[in-house]
Write a protein that binds this ligand. Structure first.
Ligand code: PLP
Length: 389
């Protein structure tokens, strides 16, 4: 974190300002120390506490902590017992959402997004759903909620709410039939790598829990006295084909500390969003409001062949790291689909994500605003902006 001088002669930073990044400190270090000294590092009381507190925050009855959102999505697909299905997912998303169906031998049916939110478009779902489309993955892009009412009107199957960017938007997670959250290193509640499944369906969460450690009940739960016995039970049955993707206490303890900081962290992310919205040049199309601001995704219209790719290079020269969330999934050869995507095609070329995270200070925001606007002043003129929502 560096303080940068304001003014016309802004000095170029020495250290790269990253587009995303986790922020932790003494609290996480102290909590980790306690877990390490406790002698219980694996899945235990910290995971149970994290699951309980997370379920309560979301408003679901059950939560299961796993190693990543990707594995959480995979477990849900397996636990639902789907066979040979088609999975509908949005064109603008991280690669995971379209690839996980393929792990299970399903087809990935990529549909177009809405122009304003870049979330899955119910009208396109209606147009392109297939007789065996039984699962839909709804991604709350950059933390902006999907149109769940619209989706329910056109789709009667299971909706998995991909809430990887929504931790935590009030009401998020409750739009689908279950939700999967990501705590990967640059998410709003980072733990390094981790995820959570939340649902009101006990059967679903029990099946996912069984799968998360080869169908073996956890050592911690057997330590609490199993099946009428007063003492630890070493024995367990295994009657399903399971995997090994449960969260451990070392990770959960970071999650618990990050959860305490979440309101403050989100407040600062929204502050960055507000400042960018107010201070950036009007030529930029502002993103729709996000409560989490997982990504601050501006849109820069292309004028006379100049656009966001030029801005990305320009900002890189000024030590500002940017990104694009996301390149449409049908652009990857192995996911290509035999159809057109008018909205994604038009919008994705304009997308650029600016630095937005809790390692930043006000001076970093000044710095990004300065150089981003300077690029526009040097390359664009006479353009006026519009706010998308
Ligand atoms: C929309 C979306 N879904 C799923 C994932 C996968 O999350 P994880 O890295 O926890 O597996 C990501 C990760 O960035 C994502 O952006």
């Amino acid at each position: 974190m560096e303080k940068i001088n304001k003014g016309n002669k802004m000095k170029i930073r020495e250290k790269l300002l990253t587009v995303l990044g986790p922020q932790g400190g003494e609290e996480e270090i102290q909590a980790l120390r306690e877990v390490i000294e406790s002698g219980w590092w694996g899945k235990g009381p910290k995971v149970a506490e994290f699951e309980e507190k997370f379920a309560e925050m979301v408003g679901h009855k059950y939560a299961l902590a796993v190693t990543s959102a990707s594995h959480g999505q995979d477990f849900v697909m397996k636990a639902m017992g789907f066979k040979d299905i088609d999975v509908i997912n949005p064109a603008i998303s991280f690669i995971a959402t379209a690839v996980i169906p393929l792990w299970n031998g399903f087809t990935s049916n990529i549909v177009d997004v809405k122009q304003d939110t870049l979330c899955i478009d119910p009208e396109d779902v209606e147009r392109y759903k297939r007789p065996n489309s039984e699962l839909l993955i709804a991604v709350n892009e950059a933390g902006v909620p999907c149109d769940y009412k619209g989706l329910r009107k056109v789709f009667g199957g299971f909706i998995l709410e991909d809430a990887a960017h929504s931790c935590y938007t009030p009401g998020a997670g409750l739009g689908g039939d279950c939700a999967v959250w990501s705590f990967q290193a640059v998410k709003t509640l980072p733990v390094g790598d981790g995820g959570m499944i939340t649902t009101d369906d006990k059967n679903l969460v029990d099946k996912c829990r069984d799968m998360s450690w080869f169908g073996v009940s956890s050592t911690w739960s057997r330590m609490q006295g199993a099946k009428g016995k007063r003492h630890y039970s070493w024995d367990y049955e295994v009657d399903i084909l399971g995997y090994k993707n449960y969260m451990i206490d070392i990770i959960a303890t970071i999650g618990l500390e990050q959860m305490k900081k979440l309101p403050k962290h989100l407040e600062f992310r929204r502050h960055i969003q507000d400042r960018y919205n107010k201070e950036l040049h009007p030529v930029f199309e502002r993103p729709p409001h996000s409560e989490t601001v997982q990504y601050y995704c501006l849109r820069l219209p292309i004028r006379k062949g100049i656009g966001r790719n030029n801005l990305i290079d320009y900002l890189a020269d000024k030590k500002i790291h940017t990104s694009v969330h996301f390149k449409p999934l049908y652009k990857y050869e192995f996911l290509s689909q035999n159809r057109e995507y008018p909205v994604s095609e038009k919008e994705w070329v304009k997308l650029i994500s600016l630095p937005c995270h809790n390692r930043m200070v006000e001076g970093d925001i000044d710095y990004v605003v300065h150089w981003t606007n300077k690029f526009i002043e040097e390359n664009y003129d006479g353009n006026r902006s519009r706010t998308l929502i």
